[in-house]
Design a binder for this molecule. Structure first.
Ligand SMILES: Cc1ncc(COP(=O)(O)O)c(C=O)c1O
Length: 395
């Protein structure tokens, strides 16, 4: 039976990251996979997470299963982090949430809920979107529609085209939005544009599903959630998949949350019960370690302050790299790279062709996706000149 199965190609991004690691060129630059890296090229553990971990290891007395919905401090902390501590939705108890294995797990639980509520729902995704959205949501049987989003000519959001396409979304459809720091293009909606999409959801009855995996890495924790919170305040229902991979550095601990904003408390509780049955079908109980750490960080004032301070420094560093790269590229190439500074979070398309991206890999050991998406956090003081020279050479 098993011999019928053929070997599948490796995931493109993971394959490129592995090829970069194996490249003997000491000047190689890895701009592929979406993880934050510091000046030394290390993806660091936050001080607050380290401290929480020390306390957890000292105090932990059991490895028994987690409760099916996960850690209570984590769930409450995530609700407050994403929606804002003074959110009317929290006051009215209109949100239900469950811990999930990473943002991916939360997206999958969200997809299961959508299928249970509306098996024929179409999920509208931006063009482009993070490619993993397709298997995560498609594997439960949901179908996709695409709305225009990124305009390569202006390196920004083509909002008129987006709004025009979303006019076709109807009640029973789901519109998937990136909460902030769009992956892969880095171009985000303005608050005013979030308001327009919220008004369309009100009028047309579709349900937004917000994937927020980079809160705190664009403009800051509160600003990055402003569009999401506007929707939460205005709409009767909203689905959210939140991840602690990037903003708490908990990548490998698989820490995330699925949040369901509903018409009332009873409906929110019903959604949690549905999410638990869906989780039982897939992985039963959520993993403990990451959520117990995040729960401790979010519920301790001292740890939360330390975490927020470190996250702000990361965010400022990314924005500093954006402006540094823009300046270097403009100086060396004489072209306009202002968009790098306007975009948010870890990603940007450099606007190169697949052939140019290939030349960068082959001739300069500079690794980026064929689409020329770069992880800005892979740039540092030691490689920025080499990178700008290489890009200029292939332009
Ligand atoms: C847009 C987007 N959503 C969700 C995720 C999920 O992340 P994780 O499952 O690692 O928490 C990622 C990770 O790269 C992402 O880029």
């Amino acid at each position: 039976m098993l011999e019928k199965l053929e070997r599948l190609p490796a995931d493109t991004i993971l394959g490129l990251a592995a090829a970069c690691r194996a490249d003997p060129n000491p000047d190689r630059v890895d701009l592929t996979i979406g993880i934050y890296m510091d000046e030394q090229g290390v993806c660091p553990v936050f001080g607050a997470v380290r401290e929480a971990q020390r306390a957890l290891v000292a105090e932990e007395v059991t490895k028994a299963y987690m409760p099916p919905a996960g850690d209570e401090a984590f769930n409450l902390g995530m609700q407050r982090l994403v929606l804002g501590a003074d959110s009317p939705v929290l006051r009215d108890r209109r949100v239900g949430s469950v811990q999930a294995p990473g943002g991916c797990g939360a997206l999958r639980i969200g997809a299961e809920i959508i299928r249970a509520a509306a098996p024929d729902a179409r999920v509208w995704v931006s063009d482009p979107t993070w490619p993993v959205h397709f298997p995560l949501l498609g594997s439960v049987g949901l179908s996709f529609e695409t709305y225009r989003y990124y305009d390569p000519a202006s390196h920004g959001v083509d909002f008129d085209a987006m709004a025009q396409d979303l006019k076709k979304a109807v009640a029973g459809d789901v519109v998937l939005l990136h909460g902030c720091c769009h992956n892969p293009c880095g171009a985000d909606l303005s608050l005013e544009q979030w308001g327009v999409i919220a008004a369309m959801a009100e009028r047309q009855g579709f349900t937004p599903f917000i994937d927020i995996a980079y809160q705190g890495l664009g403009d800051g924790l509160e600003q990055d959630a402003a569009g999401l919170r506007l929707m939460a305040d205005r709409l009767p229902e909203l689905i959210i998949a939140a991840s602690c991979s990037k903003n708490m550095g908990l990548y490998r601990e698989r820490t995330g949350a699925a949040l369901f904003i509903c018409r009332d408390e009873a409906n929110a509780q019903a959604l949690v019960s549905q999410a638990l049955v869906a989780a039982r079908r897939i992985y039963s109980m959520p993993p403990a370690h990451g959520a117990l750490l995040a729960g401790r960080v979010l519920s301790s004032e001292t740890l939360a302050v330390s975490w927020r301070t470190e996250l702000e420094a990361m965010c400022q560093r990314i924005n500093g790299l954006r402006s540094g790269l823009r300046q270097k590229l403009e100086k060396k190439s004489g072209r306009d790279f202002g968009f790098i500074e306007r975009e948010k979070g870890m990603f940007s398309f450099l606007g190169l062709s697949p052939e140019q991206a290939l030349r960068l890999r082959r001739e300069y050991s500079v690794y980026m996706l064929d689409s020329s998406r770069i992880n800005v956090a892979g740039v540092n003081a030691g490689n920025i000149d080499y990178l700008a020279d290489a890009v200029t050479a292939v332009l």
